[in-house]
Each structure stands twice: as C-alpha cells, then as structure tokens.
Design a protein around this ligand. Sequence first.
Ligand SMILES: NC(=O)c1ccc[n+]([C@@H]2O[C@H](COP(=O)([O-])OP(=O)(O)OC[C@H]3O[C@@H](n4cnc5c(N)ncnc54)[C@H](OP(=O)(O)O)[C@@H]3O)[C@@H](O)[C@H]2O)c1
Length: 312
Amino acid sequence: MTESSDLRLKRMPLNNGRGNMPALGFGTLIPDPAVTITATRGALEAGFRHFDCAERYRNEREVGEALQAGLAAEGIAREEIFVTTKVWNSNHRPERVGPALEGSLDRLRLKYLDLYLIHTPFAFQPGDEQDPRDQSGNVIYDNGVTLLDTWRAMESLVDHGRCRAIGLSDIGLNELLPLYESARIKPAVVQVEAHPYLPETALLEFCKEKGIVFLAFAPLGHGMRPGLLEDPVISAIAARVGKTPAQVLLAWAIQRGTALLTTPKNAARARENFDISALPEDALNEINRIQTRERLNLVVKTGIPGFIPQGG
Ligand SMILES: NC(=O)c1ccc[n+]([C@@H]2O[C@H](COP(=O)([O-])OP(=O)(O)OC[C@H]3O[C@@H](n4cnc5c(N)ncnc54)[C@H](OP(=O)(O)O)[C@@H]3O)[C@@H](O)[C@H]2O)c1
C-alpha cells in the first residue's frame, strides 16, 4: 500500500506552507488524569502522531508527561508529532493570549506548538476562572473584546515563532467568513463537530476552497449509544468490509477530505482506531445518504462545552 492510499498515514497540507498535519488525530478530552496518561501513551504506541489538547481540558500536564515519556521510550523526535492546544474563552483579551500559550507550553513540556486554536468564538469574563457565572448561574460573557482582536494576538504568536499555525474551533461559516477576510494570517485549521449525522457540508466546501484543514471532532458521535456506532447503515457496511463500526466512521471522515480527532481510552481501542483502511465508493455513498441529523455538542452555540446527554 502506498503512503498516499494508506489512510493511517494521510497528511493534510497547511495553507501557510509550513508543513502538514496527520489526518488521523488523537483527542485528549479525557476527564480522568490517570486515564489521560495511559490513553495518550497507548495512542502514541498505536501510531497516532497528532495530539489535540486544550487548556480547558485541565490535563495538559498529564498529556505532556505522557508525550515526553512516550517519545523517549519509542525513540520518536518532537518534529515527528503534531501538537495542538487551544486558548480558552476567558483568555480572549489580547494581553492574555500570549501568557495562555506560554502556560500551555509549560504544562505540555514543549518549546513550540504546531497549532494554536481559539477554542470557541465566545469571550468569557477575562480571568483565571474558566467558567465565570453570575448569581443566577448564567455565564458572564465579555463584550469588551472581538474575535478579530483575539485573532490579531494569535497572529503575533506566529510572528514570534511560538506556534507554527493558528486556527479556530466551534465556529460556523457566518463568523468564519468575516474573520477570514480580515485575517492577515489566514486560519489554517477549523475544528468542529462532524460525523454522518452532522456533515457540515457547506463549511467543508468553504474550507476545501481556501485550503483550510477541516478537523472533525466526535467522528464516532462521541461514542454515544444509541447513536452512530449502532446505526444500521454503518453496522451493515462494517460487516460487509470486515471492519468495526468505529473503523468505518473514521475511514469515511478521512476519505471525504477531513482530518479527525478520536479518543480511544485504552490501548486496544487505540490500535483499532488507528487500523483503518479505505472503504469502497458504494459504501461512502451509502453513508452520505444517511438522513439523520443531530448535533451532540452545543458549544458552538454558547461557548459552554459539553455533549448533550442522550435520552434513554
Ligand atoms: N473543539 C471542541 O469544542 C471539542 C469538543 C469535543 C471534542 N473535541 C476534541 O475532539 C476529540 C474527540 O472527540 P470525541 O471524544 O467526541 O471523539 P469520539 O472518538 O467520537 O468519541 C469518543 C468516545 O467514543 C468511544 N470510542 C472510542 N473508540 C471506540 C471504538 N473503537 N469503539 C467503540 N467506542 C469507541 C469512547 O468511549 P469510552 O468512554 O467507552 O471509551 C470515547 O469516549 C476530543 O478528545 C477533543 O480533543 C473538541
């Protein structure tokens, strides 16, 4: 199998000419610190070379520890992995962006980031409280800073070599378009929820046109059941091609031209999620014809993270 036809090795070029990103990414949104360490090591051992982090996940220290130990144990150089983290909503004020990145680098034990993202377009009250609330329990937003103000601070981090690329997360086309037009350094990556129940086709087309990497989170529907992993179309294809439903969903995501983030929490699942291969055209078409539409994470509408518990 050639490198270009092997989905596991596919790389997405960055529109700033500064390298590329492995399409198959490992996400570190794992609440338990000990599991963060074992899962990150397991992902590295399985072959993942792209790691997605965030200061909001409150586990950058554990990810950094696991990466440092894992790279040393496997003889992998820093340049061989691609590491992303994200500036949180309470750090949108321009003067807070640089220190936020330095804090993340320190916790991750890294000298530079491959990619720094604005986690959501929503600015919260500036400060160290990540979830600022008023007396009624409502989030306190910050009207004193615009997304473009924050973006300008991100651009200067690229100028100063603290990160190689910058991008956005949890953003829709309506907000992306004006930012894209005004940006001196164009976004290299947009990270949003995407799977067969939420294909985000218009955003994907825009990203392809502009050379922006569309990075899908929750490609397995966040593992929720009932859900995508039990969808009859996905299960039937999995049985037909001799793969698991998870492998079918991950292959579909890469074959439609997106990068993805998945979060296997143990070594066996990491090997499963890395061991993907191309689906035949008819299978891709069947998945594209799925009519169910469902957004699982409302963060894009509020800036407040969290998957919506499924009724059962
Ligand atoms: N920008 C944002 O706002 C945002 C929001 C959400 C996520 N993200 C990023 O995207 C990453 C991925 O999102 P996600 O966690 O929703 O990804 P996902 O891979 O769709 O879902 C992960 C869940 O699926 C289950 N799973 C994983 N592999 C499986 C397999 N082979 N078979 C069956 N179940 C499997 C796991 O459940 P178990 O618990 O049973 O192991 C895990 O909890 C996150 O870690 C984070 O980095 C970003």
